[in-house]
Design a binder for this molecule. Sequence first.
Ligand code: GMT
Length: 384
Amino acid sequence: MKIGIVCYPTFGGSGVLATELGMALSDKGYEVHFITYEQPVRLAQSFHPNIYFHEVKVPTYPLFDFPPYETALASAMVNVIVNQKLDLLHLHYAIPHASAAYFARQILKKTGQDIPFITTLHGTDITLVGRDATYAPVVTFSINESDAITAVSNSLREETFRSFNIEKEIHVIPNFVDIKRFYQADKDHFKQMLAPDGERILVHVSNFRSVKRVPDVIKIFDKVKKEIPAKLLMIGDGPERQHVEDLARSLGIYNDIRFLGKQEQISEILSIADLFLLPSETESFGLSALEGMACSVPLISSNAGGLPEINIDGKTGFMSDVGDIESMSQHAIYILSDEERLQQFKKEAIANAHSFERQRIIPMYEKLYCEVIASYNEQKSLAN
Ligand code: GMT
């Protein structure tokens, strides 16, 4: 089977998941074609003979204040579908991928070369950006035109039905983790460098957007540090970074925090962490936290969105209401202050991550692909 995957190539969770999916499918013998404007970050880390990358080029022109990416993407889809004889397109993040796919399909219908497309909803395409009135009509239409829709958590599925007039089923296929790459590796030399006096290591990974409530991470760390010797690793970059660096300085804890920026070898960093902080305002799933769990890192999170579907309160970590810094700090101190307790939480975190292991989840996508292709071809032959 030949599958086209359309995603954002950046460090964001939807692009990461799409790339992990493409790599998993290629390992199972599928031919995978990524169509996007840059080589997806995780794809660049290793070579996969069954994976092809088609760069969407958006030529500029003096008239264009806003170069039309969606048009360039739809044209790229048409070319790749025809030339590579794809069987299916799988779009990650609705905007603008689903509407571009609809457009591409309308073009291909003229020659009978059209194929089905599946849209996977990831989070902010529904919870923030998608429901903005600027985009909502196009998002609703193109989601409904998809041959199948998936969401990465039950919470996101429900939120989608609440926010949009969706006329078909949304299949929940949770995100997954490759436990062959995400496990607690022996990186004691790194730990020794970052926490030479045996301090506990807390970690936060995100794109530093306001939805992640990154200042809460700093405030929680400040409270933890008052009770327990600790260091904080901040991974990622984004609009809030300057603000939180300033906050750390004003609290006098900057020297105990490493702002490492965007990192590719994330599992090596997670391997030395004792606790993951994710106090998000909304979070459809929390893929980075799941990767943390696979590396045996318990999670202190808010209870927003899909987080209760990955964080088992009192076992893999704790959840608190959004903004309840006091409760999150107390829970962090509780876990970190007792070695035996910490080890127990670490064990539970790994066990939970294994229930989201990629071998368990990929067959759900494969089954859906087969069903969608069969039903599309049947409808096509009935129409002829
Ligand atoms: O916020 C991010 O991490 C990026 C964003 C994206 O769409 O690129 O992530 C969303 O999709 C991830 C993969 O499915 C989920 O794990 C994240 O929870 C989700 N982010 C939010 O809902 C805020």
